[in-house]
Design a protein around this ligand. Sequence first.
Ligand SMILES: [Zn+2]
Length: 101
Amino acid sequence: MSGWQPLEEIVPEEIFRAEVAAWARRMGVWPREVRLRPMKRKWASCSSRGVLTFNTELLRQPAAFRAEVIVHELLHLKVPNHGKVFRALLRAYLAPGRGED
Ligand SMILES: [Zn+2]
C-alpha cells in the first residue's frame, strides 16, 4: 500500500447501487428493492419482505466498509439471524481474494 489516498471518498448513489447489484449477483440473492436514506442509528436494515435500506452516510465510507455492510444485509436474504451460519458465510464472502477486485 503506497501512494496518494483521499482523506474522504464519496461515491455517487449509482455506484453504490451497482456495488449492491454486483454483490447480489455474486451471492445469488436478489433484493426486492434497494433504498437509500439517512438513518440515525444504523448503517442498513433488511425487511422481512426483502427490502434493503442503506444509510446514505455509507456513500462517505471506505469501499471495504461499504462491502461489509452490503454483504451483511444481502446475506440476511439467505439467513435471517446472526447465527453460526451467518457468521461463517459473511467471513467467506469478505475473505481476501473474494472481494470486489
Ligand atoms: Zn444483521
